[in-house]
Design a protein around this ligand. Sequence first.
Ligand code: BEZ
Ligand code: FE
Length: 641
Amino acid sequence: MRSFVYSSHPSRVLFGAGTVRQLPYEVDRLGGSRVLVLGRGDTGEAVWKRLGALGVAQFPDAAMHTPVEVTERALAMLAEYGIDCLVSVGGGTSTGLGKAIAIRTGLPHLAVPTTYAGSEVTPVLGETIGGEKTTRTAPGILPETVVYDVELTLGLPVPVSVASGVNAMAHAVEALYSPDANPVIDGFALQAIAAMAGALPRIAEDPSDVDAREEALRAGWLAGTCLAGVGMGLHHKLCHVLGGTFNLPHAQTHTAILPHAMAYNAPAAPDAMRSIAEALGTGDAPTGVYDLIAALDGPTSLGALGMPEAELPRAALLALTSATRSPYPNPREITLSGVEGLLRDAWSGRRPERPADAGPDLGRLTRQVVDSFAGSPNPRVGALLADLVRHLHDFVRSNDVTEEEWLYAIDFLTRTGQISSPKRQEFVLLSDTLGVSSVVDALTNSRTPQTTPSAVLGPFYVSGPPKAEPGADISAGLPGTPLWVDVRVEDPSGKPVAGAVVDVWQSNEDGFYDVQLPELTGPALRARFEADAEGRIRFWSILPSEYPIPGDGPVGQLLDAVGRHPYRAPHLHFMIMAYGYRRLVTQLFVSGGAYLDSDTVFGVKDDLIVDFAPGRGPAPAGREVDGPWHRLEYTFRIAPA
Ligand code: BEZ
Ligand code: FE
């Protein structure tokens, strides 16, 4: 049992695209009517415009590490303009200034973050006073409202996106080995790491990729929530010391330090490292993070950021003494030589040592394959293949698939191809029995909810079936209980679709389709009808029965191997085509029939289960029937194209 304490911080968060349009309402909600905008550039302008008459002054001079002199200049504007609300827009620098003013004045603060720093959801303020960075935490520091607008992040340059994204990853990484770690924050942290690692390469490839930007912004928020929720460790301490004392750029310092801080802590935090490696899809967390940063051309060397080599011992000592003054949690004991070694590695930018037992380095391999699709002339093809490869690699890795198992899988697919022919579609069967056809079908259906649900096509459709007249008998004399089918085709408003072409096909009494019966010379139990002026088609057939899908091929072996039965619930197939409408492929299932709950291709939908009621009175279409017969009545609704 894992006991824990979890504290959440009260802020109101709006997330989306175009959310800045709601700023006037949000300012009003905070009781503001005279806003000071802390921000500059295009994003500052965008917010200024949206505020309209609510914006009374702009302060564009926020500076990194929030020097108090700058805060004092901004404070001087408050009285001059009668400011009653702060809106900060930008990265951690603008948010920091907003916090510094808010905690001194009690003014409400609405943050519009345009990077992934996450500061907007923390009650923590870092300021520089006389060259040294100090940090304090208070509820009044937390912005009341955060408006995340993905559109404002599209222009964030790739290098800044990478540095800021890794900064966010650092919050999530250190949260996982924090002594106050808890399952809620763990969940946020792992989601943030996986999402950021997935989004940054896509942003580097196409900075205007809205989906990738959305993922990164959400990851930044989650990671910020981790930072707010639990104590950070050595990595954050080092970044503060280096930023405050040596004036290194904050986010870039994170990219250079993080892999080495992780390598330092790895022996003392094996569980966290395993989870991080898993989220990154690699065998080893520190090298996984390093490789990600290197692949994105992010800074990996403190030296390249301007840190003098001769200052490394002083930096190590400062980190240690500052740690003694304000202790911070770290899984591994901090020693002077340890920190100095870590800083030397980070200064040189070398890749951390990969532990011998880390397993193969698959992250790089996967990335190489994924990158190989980047030039695809059809971007959809490239994106689908890239994602397929990610999932396949992950499947092989997480299941530790052996060579023998993989060769078996290849042989299985080879046999699936070899047994396939125009009349035997084993790949369709495979897709159906794995439920993939039904997943695709469910997605398709969800786009036209007002129409009749579709159902899988199955392997027994033969195109161009024989045309039949209204009232015809399609059973070709095969034995079975007679069934009168009387169905209508309508559009969503209930208007008949006259002239719709309706193909029907079904199995015989023993569960076989005509194409499975070598003794038959022509088509049976399949036909094409044309709907009349009322959208109706009518014909005689026989009651369908449950049947096993073909079991003499690889798919049959697969079902046997897992102890699954091969049966489909009894049904009739319909394919409905009409000019100006979407084609509908569906099935009607016999209410009360066998296997409705365990159809082997997962094809049954409640709306498609229909009463095949016993027939009463004279049989339709002038037919003489000896004994019982049934009737099926149904109305199909098809969607406009
Ligand atoms: C069918 O209903 O004809 C069918 C559908 C999927 C797999 C096998 C058969
Ligand atoms: Fe069928």
